[in-house]
Ligand binder design. Structure first.
Ligand code: HEC
Length: 233
């Protein structure tokens, strides 16, 4: 069990402190930060469900730019392989998928910077997508409970036949492949698999919490995070 202590509280402690600092920076421009709580569509207009430009997966950060009739206008940032602009990822070179973009979304992508991966030679664009709308019911500012639940699902379902594997045993690019062979042996449904996948990817080998904090897991105030010592749960 001690082996697993290390990763169990990434939502708190040092990460929360780092996030609190980030939060201070983010708060200064007063744009509320949300994350998707389920797979949801990118809507072109608020309240017009006919026109969509892509699918946003769960646990994707989105900055609110405005609000109208139960919809929130957002900015989403991420990374794209230059030669495969249909998929938006959370980080350069790391296949934590954020969204699948239709042509109408790809046309509105702004490239912030371009990086060539020295290991693979792949060209990645850091991009920004602004102005689409998400249903307010499908986003939340605090996913702490969802992440706790994902962690519990992982621990309960993935330690039945063998000892629980440390999320840091595999990279974020490897976990989906492992899960493809393992989740059919569990009773996890599709949504639960999606949460567990994201949970493991964000805790994977090579992902530092400061580089890629667990999205919307920052609700703890700086007071609370100052009190939380490592391994305090
Ligand atoms: C019904 C039993 C069972 C359950 C439940 C189960 N596993 Fe496994 N797991 C195995 C067996 C058996 C192996 C040995 C390799 C194989 O059979 O594919 C294994 C191997 C592994 C490996 C080693 C890599 C590999 O592919 O050989 C990892 C990592 C793993 N499991 C993760 C998980 C995760 C994550 C879950 C929960 C989603 C899970 N397992 C649930 C039976 C299970």
């Amino acid at each position: 069990m001690t082996k697993n202590r290390r990763w169990i509280r990434w939502c708190g402690g040092v990460v929360a402190l780092a996030l609190a600092l980030l939060g201070l920076l983010a708060a200064s421009d007063a744009e509320p930060q949300y994350c998707t709580t389920k797979d949801t569509y990118l809507y072109v207009q608020p309240q017009d469900t006919a026109q969509t430009c892509g699918l946003v997966e769960l646990a994707v950060p989105a900055t609110a730019l405005g609000e109208q009739g139960g919809y929130v206008q957002v900015r989403i940032e991420g990374w794209q392989l230059k030669d495969a602009p249909r998929i938006l990822y959370a980080l350069e070179g790391v296949r934590i998928r954020q969204a699948i973009l239709d042509d109408c979304a790809q046309q509105r992508i702004q490239v912030v910077k371009t990086v060539t991966d020295p290991d693979t030679g792949q060209v990645w664009n850091k991009v920004r997508l602004e102005g689409f709308w998400l249903p307010k019911k499908d986003i939340a500012q605090d996913l702490t409970k969802d992440w706790d639940q994902a962690e519990a699902l992982y621990q309960q379902n993935c330690s039945v036949c063998h000892a629980l594997h440390d999320p840091g045993e595999y990279t974020a690019n490897q976990w989906p492949q492992v899960l493809k062979s393992m989740t059919p042996r569990t009773a996890l449904d599709k949504t639960q698999v999606a949460w567990v996948t994201k949970y493991l990817q964000y805790h994977a080998k090579g992902i530092a919490p400061t580089q890629l904090p667990l999205p919307c897991c920052s609700s703890r105030s700086s007071d609370a995070s100052a009190q939380a010592s490592p391994g305090s749960r």
